[in-house]
Design a protein around this ligand. Sequence first.
Ligand SMILES: Cc1ncc(COP(=O)(O)O)c(C=O)c1O
Length: 258
Amino acid sequence: DCQNWDKLVQANTRMLFLDTPSNPGVEIIDLEWAGKFAAAHNLILVVDNCFATPYLQQPAKWGAHIVTHSATKYIDGQGRVLGGLILGKKELIKEVQFFTRHTGPSISPFNAWVLSKSMETLAVRMDRHCGNALKIATYFEGNPEIEAVRYPFLKSHPQHDLALKQMKAGGGIITLTLKGGLARAQRFIDQLQMISITPNLGDSRSIITHPASTTHSKLSPEERAQVGISDGLVRLSVGLEHYEDILKDVERAIEKSK
Ligand SMILES: Cc1ncc(COP(=O)(O)O)c(C=O)c1O
C-alpha cells in the first residue's frame, strides 16, 4: 500500500529502508516507485537485496542509494561463512567505513576469500535455485493440504507483474501455508528427511524454517498477523538438489503430517 506513505514522512525522516522480496512473505515492493518517492522526499533509499542477489535485481538502477546483502546467504551459497555487503556511492560508504572501522564488524580475510570465490558461481547457482523453486511452487499450488503457496514468479502472486518488471527470475524462496496451523507446521517439519531445519537460507541444500517460532518470534502475534506470518507458514529455501528430490521430501511430509 503505497498510497499513505506521504503522510508517514516526518520532518526528521532521513531514510527509507526496505527489502524486496520481503522476508519471509516474498512480497514485492515497487523499486521504481520507491526510488521516486525517496528522491521526492530527499530520503536515503536503502534496499536489502538479500533474497534477490545482484544477479536477479539491481536496486541502484531504480534509485537506491545503498544496497545491502547478508552475504551469509546466497553470496556464500553454501552456509560456510558469515558476512555482509554494504554497497553505495563513495560519499555514503565513507561514513559506513568510518563507523565499521571504529566498531569492529570487519570481515576476516579468509571469509572474504571464500565469498570472492563464491561470487564466481553466483549466476549459475541462482539459475538453478530459481528453476527449482518455480517448478516446486507450481507443483504445490492447489494442493488441498496447503492454504497458500507464495512465489514471486507464480501468476497467482499479488505482485507478479511487478516481480517480472524488476527481477530476472523469482528467487529461491517459497512460502507454504499449511492447513492446520502451528501443530501441522511442526508435524510437517519433523517429517522432512532431506531438507534441513535451520533459520538460514540461500544454501546449496534446501532448508525449511518456521518464521513464527524462530526468525520472527520477537514480533507479537498481532504484528506477525499484520505482515502475513501465520503459525502454519513455513519458508522453504530451495536448494540446488534435483528438484524431484525436494518435491518428494515435501510431498511425503505433507502426507505424513495430516
Ligand atoms: C533478508 C535478510 N536480510 C538480512 C538478514 C540478516 O543477515 P545477517 O544475520 O547475516 O546479518 C537476513 C537473515 O536472515 C535476511 O534474511
